[in-house]
Each structure stands twice: as C-alpha cells, then as structure tokens.
Design a protein around this ligand. Sequence first.
Ligand SMILES: [Zn+2]
Ligand SMILES: [Zn+2]
Length: 314
Amino acid sequence: MKAKRYLILAILLSILGLTLNISGTSQTTPERSNLRFRAFPALLIDEIANLTVVEVNLTEVEPEFLLGIDTTNPYKDWVGGDPLNELTVSEAYTWKRIDVVLALDEEAIDRWGIDYTVRVVERADEALVHNYNLDLKISQIITYESDDSIQWMNPNVAPPGEPTLYDEAFNLLRSYFDGETKIIIVITGQETLDFYIAGLAPVNPMLRINTMVMARFQVYWTDDNLIQHEVSHCFGCDDHPEEVDVWCVMAYKTELIYIDWIVEDGIWFGPYNSNIPRAYLTYNYCSKCDQKIKYVGAGHFTGGNPMRLWPIPI
Ligand SMILES: [Zn+2]
Ligand SMILES: [Zn+2]
C-alpha cells in the first residue's frame, strides 16, 4: 500500500516536472509578523470534521431518502476525469498563469498526502480559469516540519509572544517569492487551539510579497472551495459577513442543510443537519468580487493597475 502511494507520487512528480524539497527542522522562534489576516471558519460539527467518504450503495436506498445537494463544481473542466490534466492543456494562457508554491507540513502529508493536496489545488481554480483565465500552476512542492509545540495558527488571535504556524511558515517560505511565484499555499495538518479556523489570508494582499495563504483541509467537498476562497483573497476579494445575501465563494451567510446528503464528483457525504457557510457550497462570485478580480487581480496580468500597494512592514 505504501509502496503504491510512493509510486503514484513519483509518477505524479515526473509528470509535472516538479521539484520536491525536504527541508530540515524549521526555526524554533518564528519572527512575529504585524500583518492582519482574514480567518475563514472551519465546519465545526464533529461528524463533518471526522467524516470520511461514506460508501453508499445507491441501489439499496429508497429514492425518497435520497435528499442530495450536488455541490459539484459547475466550472469543472477536467480531461480524462482528472483535474491534473489542466496543467498540461492551458499553456495558451501562460500570460495569466499564477505560479503557486505549494507547501505541506508533516501532519498534512500524514493526513491528506501530497497527491490529494495537488488535486485539491487543481480543483480549486476551475472557476478562475473559466471566468478569468487565471490558472493556478503548481511550480514547486515544498515539504517542511512544523514545530509541534506551536499552539496557534492565526497570528491575530495568538497571545502576544506566542509563535504561530502562519508566522513559522511565512518565515520559512517567504524566500520563495522570487519574482515568479505569485501565491504560496501552505497546508497544515497540525491541530491548534484555534481549531475553529480552516483558512487564513492576508488582509492587504500584494502579489509576490505577502500572498501566502494557509489552510487546513476538512472534507473532500469543502476543500476545493476553501482553497478557491483563500486564493480569491489574494486577488482582492473580501469576506461577506453573514448578513449579506449573495451566493459567492466569499460569503459567510449560511444555509441549513437539513438531514441531506452532499454529493460532489459523484461521491456522497453525510447526512448533514447543520448550517453551512455558502462559501463552502458555491464556486460563484458576486458582482462585487467579480469586479475586484477583473480589476485588481486580472489587471495585474494585463499590465494594468497591480495589486493594492500598502506599506506593510515585512
Ligand atoms: Zn475569507
Ligand atoms: Zn463576493
């Protein structure tokens, strides 16, 4: 089983021509940043957090019990049933290519693996490719060992002086902003006291400077939305508070999923009985976010106005 996993990884890496760097132990006392972050809530229900793929033999289920909500990405354009193919078919759009460095800590590798993580990132850009020709391209995969004594992820909620997973990763990885890399996506599997957040993105994003996002995966049908949400922050999109009634990948407004199943890519999950932020249920952008991506995000690639410029002390 393990050998098979490594074989798949080796094939994957050779197909992608990626480099895999294994770094040593990270710095013990990461320097604290003064940045502000947007934190995206995790799905808190234990059943959801711990849920794995539910094997359902649909032929044995009476049709009236099949109350499914299909959250499959409507912008999905995979070749041969695999989002990875996108890496090789969208070369025509290289001028709007977003070079991504993908980093995983050791817990992320244990919990989800590199193969799954690469596919989530490739699933996450479908709406961006479809609507804006913005194509996330993983140029490098970095693995690193996060300090197990770190108890916080979000620098904005950790007590003063306490190290955080975000700061640790940023100190370790910021040198990868070398002119080509536009976004760094860090996946951590380490549990922290701020377990209630699933993702972090900088408030004042400047491509190639501070556009590093961090996320903790939850379940298959949420993970691509989560990455799309965090990456969209890098293009200038803000969160919409719960009161704002829009169907947008940035929306915190919740929908009651009441004893329903969620279906994504033909896989059934659930049943659920909970309020779920719309950001986890849609891949769409509202008109406000659409304008931001077109003007702020896409503008960067067409020689127009680049990302907002703020004097950020980093
Ligand atoms: Zn957010
Ligand atoms: Zn929006």
